[in-house]
Design a protein around this ligand. Structure first.
Ligand SMILES: *Cc1c(COP(=O)(O)O)cnc(C)c1O
Length: 793
């Protein structure tokens, strides 16, 4: 989009005057950010409106997700609009520091981790590919908590991105709808955010719903001077969109959470049906021909009975016809096989919150019962396993599969595990429903924006078509033996490491050496992701360096970033352990020139953008079979980090593309994990036989660290070493994989010193990252699930 610098300056000046009552020379960075954001919104208004009109008559895909982890919008929007260089020039002329203005924006952090970030990358790809698609979610007033460390402990602070409103959202009061719960009604007020495609005029929409009270104020109570109760109803209603649940891959089964889910699902479906009727009237025969709805995990699965309710109760459609439309409309993405993540609702709670939807869910369950008796006559055990309502629980994943025409996993290995194990019963019933859609990431944010140095180098070599077609990166393979290019790759990496070092010095006061290996593990803190394995290896290394001060060793900086769910005791213990180890090592003057450990506080999208480009090593070390896909692994690969990882999730496909010899694969495979579980795994075997491991494990409880084993380290120690009736000792095989992990780290430490060979491996990874663009993923969804086609403004 072409906007004259002079025009832009005038817009910014006007917005500063209108919104803040200031002249440019008096304005603070935050105010300039807001004024610039407003100017962008003004400039895109026509294209946004016209895109909406253009999509009205098309088949559209609606992405229902309880989470959208968008991060900052300014830089990304300016890049996608092609306005960034003009803005930077203008700011230079005016003496404004663009980076500071960018830093004034708070992350939009309405998600926990990978699942929410995937939704955000998908929106970027949909718009860039000119696909008629729209996101629907919740406008949480408080996103994922801000993390602080105090004495090594994680402290949670409320996140308040809407404190001063949000320049990227527009309220659409005319599209307000009412959502009905068992205990009353709530107003759902939509806010739209523009999703600006790269190099196109199409502007898609993310619509987030905010909960409001029907009664703003109970005047009767107010007049009786009962001021507290006069606002109570209002507060209770608004609570629904107040806060994001901070659990990643665990399910709490809380009433407010169910209310959140039904709230945004009901509002979105009412909106979708209203739009359909505007074009097609009451003829619902073509509903599925014009509507595809994707359920991002089980969180929005209540949409299946809710759409039945709308069709039957409001539109007067028969049950049979309604069900056939519903089945053709929905598709479901499974994101995890962790048992603790599978959403189930207690019947009593569900019935109380959504009584009518409960009746319909019962109807669906009855219909399923008949089908199961037909397909598996007499097999009572199997039938019971597959029932949606089983005992007093409602199984949302079963409801999702039964009510969808397509079910997908998020990486090849994950989908195979679903078909052969977790969802085997269902795969046998509906083999044609299952398919794989390996996750992806948008190269606009994760390379073009976050690593302009590497982006420029790539563009110099092969042109800039990779920005919208990442498979173009393959052309970089022509330079695998070009030492000049390989050296430039090393230079870029070094520059990004220097930038990260400066950032960490500024924000956390730690000094790290850009010439050391930057080994980075950034992701939610979870036992299955095995941050514990990482820190154990570091403790072992520390012991070894103390014993052999002169051993051959390339300095390493181990960097962590992770939030733990506030109620996840063990995860918080691991955070504290890492912080304590960091303190011990970083203050040890014998060691701290060779080894450093840094835990980056408050890991989030805007910090991720600084970390991925600076990594030499990408830690992807989950217990095989546990990580559905991962997307962090892809961001690292695209930025030229080499992976140390298990054969899990999308790591399998990463090394398939880039070559095992260009990465560092270690540890048990899914099959080996399975076999060990069956034959009986005893962690005492590695504990007693692997050199150095005993000392590492003992350090949890021998007084090396603060709690002498009577606190959380004792719990971690017990989980590793003792069987319990409900779970085996070391269920994530940390001790079993320790030796191979350590040896692989040693190999890395040596091979890193062969700089040109290392750079060649980097280039091999970058050149083969094309598959992991979310553009590829979204094209597959569009063609194989949604049946939608591009239409350009
Ligand atoms: C990409 C991303 C994730 C997902 O990381 P995984 O390693 O795939 O778990 C989580 N949080 C943020 C902020 C991200 O950018």
């Amino acid at each position: 989009m072409k906007v004259e610098k002079e025009v832009l300056r005038k817009q910014i000046e006007k917005n500063l005057k209108v919104s803040f009552g200031k002249e440019l020379k008096e304005a603070k960075e935050f105010e300039i950010y807001r004024a610039l954001g407003q100017a962008v919104m003004e400039n895109i208004a026509d294209n946004w409106y016209n895109t909406g009109k253009l999509y009205e008559k098309q088949k559209q895909a609606f992405y229902l997700s309880a989470e959208f982890l968008m991060g900052r919008a300014l830089g990304n929007n300016l890049i996608n609009l092609g306005m960034l260089s003009e803005v930077k020039e203008l700011f230079d002329e005016l003496g404004i520091d663009y980076n500071k203005v960018e830093d004034a924006e708070e992350d939009s952090a309405l998600g926990n981790g990978g699942l929410g970030r995937l939704a955000a990358c998908f929106l970027d790809s949909l718009a860039t590919l000119n696909l008629p698609g729209k996101g629907y979610g919740i406008r949480y007033r408080n996103g994922i908590f801000n993390q602080e460390f105090r004495d090594g402990y994680q402290i949670e602070k409320p996140e308040t991105w809407l404190k001063y409103g949000d320049v990227w959202s527009v309220m659409r009061p005319d599209d307000e709808v009412i959502v009905t719960f068992g205990d009353g009604n709530v107003r759902a007020v939509p806010y739209d955010m523009p999703i600006i495609g790269y190099g196109t005029n199409n502007i898609n929409t993310l619509r987030l719903w905010e909960a409001h009270s029907i009664l703003d104020l109970d005047l009767e109570k107010f007049n009786q001077q009962d001021y507290l109760h006069a606002t109570q109803q209002k507060t209770l209603s608004e609570d629904i969109s107040r806060v994001l649940y901070p659990n990643d891959s665990t399910d709490e089964g809380k009433k407010l959470r169910l209310k959140q889910q039904y709230f945004f699902v009901s509002a979105s479906l009412q909106d979708i049906v209203k739009r359909y009727k505007k074009v097609h009237g009451n003829d619902f025969d073509k509903f599925a021909e014009f509507t595809a709805i994707q359920l991002n995990d089980t969180h929005p699965v209540i949409a299946i009975p809710e759409l039945m309710r709308i069709f039957i109760d409001i539109e007067g459609i028969s049950w049979e016809k309604a069900w056939s439309i519903v089945e053709k409309t929905f598709a479901y993405t499974n994101h995890t096989i962790l048992a603790e993540a599978l959403e189930k609702w207690w019947v009593g709670l569900y019935e109380q919150v959504v009584p009518r939807v409960y009746q319909i869910t019962q109807g669906i369950d009855n219909q399923l019962r008949e089908l199961l008796e037909q397909k598996f006559p007499g097999d009572k055990v199997r039938q019971d396993r597959m029932r949606i309502i089983n005992g007093n629980m409602i199984h949302m994943a079963w409801l999702a599969i039964y009510g969808s025409h397509k079910v997908n996993g998020v990486a090849a290995l994950h989908t195979e595990i679903l078909k052969n194990k977790e969802l085997k019963d269902w795969y046998e019933l509906y083999p044609e429903r299952f398919l794989n859609k390996t996750n992806g990431i948008t190269q606009r944010r994760w390379l073009l924006q976050s690593n302009p140095q590497l982006a420029n180098l790539i563009t110099e070599l092969i042109g800039d078509t990779w920005i919208t077609d990442l498979s173009e990166l393959k052309k970089l393979e022509a330079y695998l033996d070009d030492e000049k290019v390989l050296k430039k790759i090393l230079d870029v990496k070094h520059e990004k490491k220097v930038e990260l070092a400066e950032f960490l010095k500024r924000t956390q006061g730690v000094e790290i050496n850009p010439d050391s290996i930057f080994d980075i593990q950034i992701k939610r803190l979870h036992e299955y992701k095995r941050q514990l394995l990482n820190i154990f290896q570091i403790i072992g290394l520390y012991h070894k360096l103390k014993m052999n001060p002169n051993m051959n060793f390339t300095p390493v900086t181990y960097i962590f970033g992770a939030k733990a769910a506030p109620g996840y005791f063990v995860a918080k213990g691991i955070i504290r352990l890492i912080n304590e180890v960091a303190q011990m090592i970083n203050k040890d003057s014998d060691i701290n020139s060779k080894l450093k450990v840094v835990f980056v506080e408050n890991y989030r999208v805007s910090v991720a953008e600084k970390l991925f480009p600076a990594a030499d090593i990408s830690e992807q070390i989950s217990t095989a079979g546990k990580e559905a896909s991962g997307t962090g692994n892809m961001k690292f690969m695209l930025n030229g980090a080499l992976t140390i990882g298990t054969m899990d999730g999308a790591n399998v496909e990463i090394v398939e593309e880039a070559g095992k010899e260009n990465n560092y694969i270690f540890g048990l495979t899914v099959k080996e994990v399975e076999e060990m579980r069956i034959s009986g795994y005893d962690p005492h075997v590695p504990y007693n036989t692997v050199e150095g491991l005993k000392k590492v494990v003992d350090s949890l409880v021998d007084g090396t660290f603060s709690d002498l084993g009577n606190g959380v380290y004792g719990t971690i120690h017990r989980l590793l070493m003792e069987n319990a009736p409900w779970q085996q000792a070391d269920q994530y095989f940390v001790l079993e994989d320790y030796n191979d992990y350590k040896k692989t780290q040693q190999k890395i430490n040596k091979e890193y010193t062969f700089r040109i060979d290392w750079a060649r491996k980097q280039l091999k990874n970058i050149a083969n990252a094309g598959k992991f663009s979310s553009d590829r993923t979204i094209k597959e969804y569009a063609e194989e699930i949604w049946n939608i086609t591009p239409i350009k403004l």
